[in-house]
Each structure stands twice: as structure tokens, then as C-alpha cells.
Design a protein around this ligand. Structure first.
Ligand SMILES: [Zn+2]
Length: 73
């Protein structure tokens, strides 16, 4: 199962307690285009989101082509 990177997900707190019974807050997760994907907490979301590809969850991976500039002395 993929590890879910919650920091990169488009998620919003919806309920103080997740229906799965974990006692954790439940979040609504949207995909990179704002389409609803799932509702759950950090315990059960990895299972719910396992069916989605990474680019659906986090958006297309943009190339990090920013050159790392050497320090100017
Ligand atoms: Zn849950």
C-alpha cells in the first residue's frame, strides 16, 4: 500500500470524529481538480485512497527544474 502524504493532499476537516471509530478527526479529501474522493481520518484514509493513483491524489508531478544556484561569493 502506498504511503499517503497528508501534507500534499487537498483535505478539509469535516467531522470531529471519523465514522471508522478511530476517534480522530475526519477529513474530506479532494483530488487535484477539486473532485471529492473520500472521507476519513489519517488511520483509514490510506486504505480508502489506495485505489487512486498518485497524480490523482496530488496532481501532476511538475518537474523541479529550478536550478540550484551556487552561492555567489
Ligand atoms: Zn477513520
Amino acid at each position: 500500500m502506498n504511503k499517503i502524504d497528508f501534507d500534499r493532499l487537498n483535505m478539509h476537516m469535516k467531522k470531529p470524529e471519523c465514522p471508522c471509530g478511530s476517534g480522530e478527526g475526519a477529513y474530506e479529501v479532494l483530488d487535484s481538480r477539486g473532485i471529492y474522493l473520500a472521507l476519513g481520518c489519517e488511520k483509514c484514509l490510506p486504505e480508502r485512497l489506495a485505489i487512486y493513483r498518485e497524480d490523482v491524489l496530488y496532481g501532476p508531478t511538475y518537474e523541479a527544474d529550478e536550478p540550484i544556484e551556487p552561492e555567489a561569493y
